[in-house]
Design a protein around this ligand. Structure first.
Ligand SMILES: [Zn+2]
Ligand SMILES: [Zn+2]
Ligand SMILES: [Zn+2]
Length: 556
């Protein structure tokens, strides 16, 4: 429904949630025209959420390979009706996705036919490429000796982390880190060494609890510092005073209080640039680096002309991209790397000129295909000649316009993952009732192997924790689920003087993500000069949100 139509934009109401109003800009309209798609029916937020439900990064299961019968680790639940092959079998020449090809039936909707095909064509168990000794890592490439590391590349000896990029080593319990070493609980940080609890900080060493600090050494509980050494609470301190505070943090109880204090410091004392990121021109969203003309997008680097996108790098002229690296002209695509001119594609690489492709590689001119490797001119996995393909595709698009399917991403019902297994739950967390009300599916926890014995007490200080803890089943103090400590993890805690966590890996991960707002932009203004901007910082919550100029002037 168009409420308003003037020269610059039209305003629409989201078909998923009538409270979501969204603008379609002139640039959007030009893009939709170029890609041959109608104006979207869902708002950018609901479109992002719908794509994300198709990606499960962090929830792993044991199940049998449907080709060999061997037990394996899989991102598909044990009872999933889909055909799942161990990734080595999936990538082998033992089978061909074109053997599952179907004729297009013009008497039925496209998505119904696609859903049937999806139940038949094998899918890989999980995505773990060029890796070593890291079988519990998913959507991971070039990772070595890692455990429960997801959506990451080039990492070594890292544990319990997500989005590690560009050579991290010995990093534990962290999110969005570039080139850190020997770090714990870092969150959106770069080039740090031997540090813990750093948030939005870079090139720091031997430091703990820093927010927006750069090139600092041996600093604790500081914010917005540049090139400082031996600072405590933003004031100069002696190395002995700092050592005392660091030593106190070896206690779990004191650490818990420190976290509260750090949070208060960020909310009330720290200064925030309206948008985290550097070297940008004309951008809005959060965590954007070295980019131009990027709007309502989050975690973007080296990109140009991007809108409504998430976790995107080295990308040009793409709209609604999620988890896409190196490409151009993508629309409503997810986890599609090194690809060109693709619409509604997911988990693809080296793909071009394609529509509605799922797990397809090194291919072009595909429509509604699954699992094609090195293919061309296929529709519903059936091979056609170039002429046949070019004649049939426009007819299917016309058919989909009549069924109301054209221009929409895959319906959420087609996702092989439940809402709470998918990355949608990371970035748009929902309670079970809300998820079901919105039409998503929910995966109940399997409690059959739950530990019911006496609660294991954890010593307050790491030096009092015995080796046997790695054989015990611990109970998360937040969600009540079981978790374990692995020997490599215990070594790390001992070496770094970190107390054993009382919360499970999932609750720790959720806590790190809760620092970020990846979907709401507030119309706000600079606390100092009043300049208007869009920011993810809620003006009711954060005190000092500055425009770029005032921020730079105010740095000490
Ligand atoms: Zn919406
Ligand atoms: Zn928990
Ligand atoms: Zn200002």
């Amino acid at each position: 429904m168009i409420l308003e139509n003037n020269f610059h934009f039209m305003q629409k109401v989201c078909a998923q949630n009538s409270e979501h109003k969204f603008e379609v800009t002139e640039e959007d309209l030009k893009f939709y025209e170029k890609m041959g798609v109608p104006v979207p029916t869902l708002c950018p937020r609901c479109r992002m959420q719908r794509r994300m439900v198709f990606r499960n990064e962090r929830k792993l299961y044991h199940r049998k390979c449907d080709l060999t019968g061997k037990q394996m680790i899989s991102m598909y639940m044990t009872e999933s009706p889909y055909k799942i092959y161990h990734q080595s079998e999936w990538w082998s020449d033992k089978w061909d996705a074109r053997d599952y090809g179907k004729d297009f039936d013009f008497s039925r909707p496209f998505f119904e036919q696609f859903a049937e095909l999806a139940r038949e064509v094998p899918r890989f168990s999980f995505y773990n490429k060029d890796s070593e000794n890291s079988e519990y890592c998913n959507y991971a490439t070039h990772v070595r000796n890692c455990y429960l590391v997801f959506g990451s590349s080039t990492a070594e000896d890292c544990f319990y982390s997500q989005t590690l990029v560009d050579k991290n080593s010995s990093v534990m319990d962290s999110f969005l880190c570039f080139s850190n070493e020997l770090c714990y609980e870092n969150n959106h940080t770069q080039n740090n060494y031997n540090s813990a609890y750093l948030l939005v900080s870079s090139s720091c060493l031997d430091s703990v609890f820093l927010y927006d600090c750069r090139r600092c050494k041996n600093c604790v509980f500081c914010h917005n510092l540049r090139g400082k050494e031996n600072y405590l609470f933003n004031q100069p301190a002696t190395p002995a005073e700092i050592a005392k505070v660091k030593n106190d943090l070896k206690s779990y109880e004191i650490l818990a209080q420190a976290k509260e204090r750090f949070y208060e410091m960020i909310l009330r004392e720290a200064m925030h640039k309206y948008l985290e990121g550097d070297k940008n021109e004309n951008v809005s969203g959060q965590i954007i680096h070295n980019s131009k003309n990027v709007h309502q997008s989050y975690m973007i680097f080296d990109a140009e002309d991007i809108r409504y996108s998430f976790r995107v790098g080295r990308q040009k002229d793409s709209v609604d991209a999620e988890g896409c690296m190196e490409g151009e002209l993508l629309y409503e695509c997810m986890s599609t790397d090194s690809s060109y001119n693709c619409l509604f594609c997911m988990t693809c690489e080296y793909l071009s000129e394609s529509f509605y492709a799922d797990i397809c590689y090194n291919s072009k001119n595909l429509f509604g295909c699954i699992g094609i490797k090195k293919g061309e001119y296929c529709i519903l996995n059936k091979q056609y000649t170039k002429e046949e393909y070019e004649e049939l595709v426009p007819k299917i698009i016309e058919h989909m316009k009549k069924t109301g399917e054209w221009g929409e991403f895959f319906p959420k019902e087609l996702s092989p993952h439940a809402y709470n297994e998918s990355v949608a739950q990371d970035y748009f967390p929902l309670k079970k009732t809300e998820a079901l009300r919105l039409g998503f599916t929910w995966q109940e926890e399997d409690n059959t192997n739950r530990y019911e014995g006496p609660k294991i007490e954890i010593a307050d200080q790491i030096e009092d924790v015995p080796d046997e803890i790695t054989k015990k089943i611990l109970t998360c103090e937040s969600c009540g689920k079981n978790y374990k400590i692995i020997p490599q993890e215990l070594n790390f805690y001992r070496k770094q003087g970190v107390p054993v966590p009382h919360k499970c890996f999932n609750c720790r991960h959720a806590e790190r993500l809760s620092w970020h707002n990846f979907h709401t932009l507030y119309e706000s203004h600079c606390t100092k000069c009043g300049k208007a901007f869009q920011t993810v910082y809620d003006p009711k919550k954060y005190k000092n949100v500055y425009c770029e100029k005032c921020y730079l002037e105010s740095l000490d």
